[in-house]
Design a binder for this molecule. Structure first.
Ligand SMILES: CC(C)(COP(=O)(O)OP(=O)(O)OC[C@H]1O[C@@H](n2cnc3c(N)ncnc32)[C@H](O)[C@@H]1OP(=O)(O)O)[C@@H](O)C(=O)NCCC(=O)NCCS
Length: 181
């Protein structure tokens, strides 16, 4: 899938949203480690990153060539400040209509419209790819993300009181949300 769009952020700066490609591997790897250190609301810790730079580059290459999955990066002043993507839940007929959504933006860039733009881009791509439902998990305390998801039309369909076990705070309740496309 292909995506390329330039937007103006709330601070007046330009932000380019486009496919992450093979040559972005190093920058995306660094952004992953940064964002996963800055918040306790994501699935993994930086030391659990299952990719090295080479694997990250290969992952981005595969996504940029995929017909139904994508990894979109947000660039400000030529620096990767956020990423978001959609992945198929499975290839079997019964689940082929479902995709999963994930997103993270570097903290320094929160609140100026990047998250919203990345999410809208992924929703557009999910529709174009023919999915009928987009899904995500979010920690209950992550009010910023939840309000963003609700504004886009995502609704809750369940909770897991012990969804995550944080190294810092212990169990975190996880909310399951879905958007019909
Ligand atoms: C969640 C996240 C992606 C939002 O990105 P962002 O760039 O700050 O988002 P935006 O500036 O586009 O704001 C999006 C929405 O967030 C909400 N929001 C923004 N600031 C907020 C605040 N201070 N308090 C509560 N909600 C807020 C609003 O609903 C806003 O929509 P609006 O601009 O239409 O009013 C970002 O905070 C992040 O990466 N967090 C850490 C990783 C994470 O939690 N990922 C999601 C895991 S499920």
């Amino acid at each position: 899938m292909k995506y390329n769009k330039t937007i103006i952020l709330k601070n007046g700066k330009e932000c380019c949203l486009r496919n992450g490609i093979e040559s972005d591997g190093q920058a995306v790897f660094e952004n992953f480690n940064l964002t996963h250190m800055q918040t306790d609301y994501l699935l993994s810790y930086p030391d659990e990153n299952s990719f090295d730079v080479t694997q990250e580059s290969r992952f981005l290459k595969e996504k940029s060539e995929s017909e139904n999955e994508i990894e979109i990066i947000a660039m400000v002043d030529n620096v990767v400040v956020g990423t978001a993507g959609i992945e198929a839940v499975g290839t079997k007929y019964k689940v082929r209509h479902r995709a999963e959504f994930g997103i993270s933006v570097a903290k320094e860039f929160w609140g100026i419209g990047i998250g919203r733009a990345l999410m809208d881009a992924c929703i557009e791509c999910a529709r174009d790819a023919g999915y009928m439902q987009l899904e995500l998990n979010v920690v209950t305390e992550n009010v910023r993300a939840i309000s963003m998801y609700e504004r886009a039309g995502f609704t809750e369909y369940g909770r897991n009181p012990r969804g995550f076990n944080s190294r810092k705070t212990g169990f975190q309740e996880v909310i399951y949300m879905r958007l019909e496309l």
